[in-house]
Design a protein around this ligand. Structure first.
Ligand code: 5GP
Length: 187
């Protein structure tokens, strides 16, 4: 049976046009800030791959990319802050100017763990770019140098963000209709 994912979206919080304009803006800022630095952009898998793919095409200086895959213990909608590295970086980051690219900052526990972990590898600098910041949820004081949008304290999907591994391919950021998850015991 055909399943149209967009039908599961309740409210669109960030449109395609908003996303495009913001990614351009962030790319221009990063290009300026890192114009004389050996920039390494590190995408956090899986969620950040869509944002990273768009963002690097708006960065107009020499740069490299690497990926780190992590999984948080806890349910898909509730991170515990205990993070397991499933795939580490391929490159040594000592002396590199590293920019971590994340999809969403919720409690901040995941980024807090990653910043600590990557800092111990002695990069020349380490900053964070999070496309979305969830309002009022941060449990640790972490403020990304670059960020895109703030969303209310609600579960969002699309533009790389999943629910049960689906909806990453929706080109907007929005909330899910109750019918899309009520069978999964989320409520
Ligand atoms: P934190 O450690 O900041 O609480 O959570 C970070 C991770 O939890 C994100 O990288 C993302 O994978 C997941 N996450 C947090 N909030 C949401 C959300 O609203 N939607 C989705 N799809 N994932 C989220």
């Amino acid at each position: 049976m055909e399943q149209i994912l967009a039908n599961d979206i309740d409210e669109v919080l960030v449109t395609r046009d908003d996303i495009r304009a913001k990614v351009e803006e962030l790319g221009a800022l990063i290009s300026k800030d890192y114009s004389d630095k050996n920039l390494l952009m590190v995408g956090i898998l899986r969620g950040a791959f869509v944002f990273l793919a768009d963002l690097i095409r708006e960065v107009h200086i020499a740069m490299e990319t690497d990926f780190i895959a992590i999984s948080s213990y806890g349910s898909s909608t509730n991170t515990s802050g205990v993070v397991r590295i499933l795939k580490d970086l391929d490159d040594d980051i000592e002396g590199r100017h590293v920019l971590i690219v994340e999809d969403i900052l919720d409690t901040g526990l995941t980024l807090n763990y990653l910043v600590k972990n990557l800092s111990s590898r002695r990069p020349a600098s380490l900053e964070v770019c999070s496309f979305i910041i969830k309002e009022g949820k941060q449990r640790v004081p972490i403020m990304p140098k670059y960020s895109g949008f703030t969303v209310p304290n609600t579960f969002v999907v699309g533009y790389g963000l999943d629910y049960a591994q689906k909806y990453r391919n929706i080109p907007i950021i929005g909330t899910l209709k109750r019918s899309a998850y009520e069978d999964d015991g989320l409520v």
